[in-house]
Design a protein around this ligand. Sequence first.
Ligand code: C5P
Length: 276
Amino acid sequence: MTVKTFAPAKINLSLHVTGQREDGYHLLDSLVVFVDLGDQIIAEPAKTASLSVTGPFAEGVPADESNLVMKAAALVEFPMAMTLDKHLPPASGIGGGSADAAATLRSAARLGAAPVSRCDALKLGADVPVCLGSKPVRMRGIGDHLEPVNLPPLHMVLVNPRVEVSTPEVFKRLAKKDNLEMPDLLPRWPDSLAFIDWLSTQRNDLERAAIDLVPEVAAALTALALAPGAQMVRMSGSGATCFALYDDRSKADAAAHQLAEGNPWWWVKSASTLPG
Ligand code: C5P
């Protein structure tokens, strides 16, 4: 049997750094959603694990044991012949390798492997547990505390200026440890516009450090802010992908079209959130 498993892109709508652990990992408080854009894992049971990489972002993605997909199959001791169809830019702050690893774990479970615990998934990377659920959550700790949240539907434009960003480098450049947590009780929002209004008062604490490292992030944020109809712009994860939110998909589609025409080298896509 062959299974196809979608690995949706992860968007950090907000990302507050609330502290640092003794081992160097940072404590986060982040609202995370998943969208209708992503990679795909095609898998079938096999005697030994193997991987081939296809798709528009296949170039440069390793197909050996260093790929998180192979590490995920090894973690559950469930060898599969796998194809990773790569549609998301690598090292771009929207899940990528973590989403692929989580989709591999889901593929293995669908094919009969024992389901993996959140704690084991965390061994593959801090973002793997959140990607395993692929539902809107408030994520705390280093990515191990996940609380489902009810969010209105959101539409967005994603822009990646085609520069890879090293997550450890961004965390290393954090000038100070912010200690401003998000409110303990998230407000309830009557509609998408009220939610976006509230969200604009939140932050991504990694934005400054990412811009210092990769100035193109600032260019992406500016271009998104100048496109018609954008309600709010921000960077996702450790960058370099940035997003603008819209209350309507057709507005997002129109803005994406305009941004792609003006910046032919950039990766520009419109997307909508997946429901909880
Ligand atoms: O867990 P993952 O491999 O995705 O993290 C990559 C690096 O990013 C870590 O080695 C660490 O330097 C940094 N990081 C962090 N705090 C987090 C997540 C990642 O400092 N919550």
